[in-house]
Write a protein that binds this ligand. Sequence first.
Ligand code: TA6
Length: 349
Amino acid sequence: MSSERVPVELCKGINGLEKVVLREVRGSSAEVYLYGGQVTSWKNDHGEELLFVSSKAIFKPPKAIRGGIPICFPQFGNHGSLEQHGFARNRVWSIDIDPPPFPTNTSSRAFIDLILKPSEEDMKIWPHRWCSFFNTCLSGNNDGQTHCFCLSEFYLSIIVSICSYEFRLRVALGPGGDLMLTSRIRNTSTEGKPLTFTFAYHTYFSVSDISEVRVEGLETLDYLDNLQNKERFTEQGDAITFESEVDKIYVSTPTKIAILDHEKKRTFVIRKDGLPDAVVWNPWDKKAKAMADFGDDEYKHMLCVEAAAVEKPITLKPGEEWRGRQELSAVPSSYCSGQLDPQKVLQCS
Ligand code: TA6
């Protein structure tokens, strides 16, 4: 089988960063960087790119890659004391060679399992600040004593066991070219410590012209407006359209949302599970100019619609596992011909 259609291939990407290329027999493909566990490409069986990645994106740690599907964990946005959107998007993930059995069977072989385990540095900041106290003892900062290495290793293993977690991510391409991301986060603490976090798949969709795009499925819902101090409002009754900066967290949304791109005669359908909220973001012109890793006019060709859990943080008792799944489909649509009525899309399975 020529490499063109090898279902899973590990190779070097931009700046030598490792990436996995997934290929589906009918021609669709996806690329996932181990840096950030981040999908950076999703193409349909015509080879058309469906995700937006900025021409100014920086593929160099610790900067997050601007585009594709960054993963916001363990904190969405500035909803907490950690850095914006948490640290999962600027950590190097590993390939999970022995994942626990997967809940659903897939006929496609084009999938990869990744795992993120907390590093010593992560332990200093999350999930429990007092982990950092232990670390300070280890490094002898406070008492000027030096500790022998084996002792510190022993302490570290205690810290890891007391307040730890495992984040497993499966990225899969379906037979029809759908892109599925399934996150499984387990609280592996041995000391009864709960794990609380917020989460988002910060998906950047590629669109032809933002002013021609409509989002269906969020009408009449409540949202927290990030441009107005997270104040709560209720959305009007029609589909959402765009004529200025938008940064809204829609709460308790339906499990299906549609993005209609008339010009491209394409509809993106987002199906989500375990992710009650949805964030809608477009920086528009001013914010676009203010972002160094984003082109001034690129806001016209992208829209973020993010399956998320923000309003109510998720708390896991030790041994408990949370699963958050999103499935993306890109269906050809010619809205005007009624071939695809978004309401029908949203109502049918
Ligand atoms: O998801 C929307 C948002 O939280 C916006 O507030 C905006 O900041 C965007 O994410 C991008 O965040 P980033 O940290 O990637 O620049």
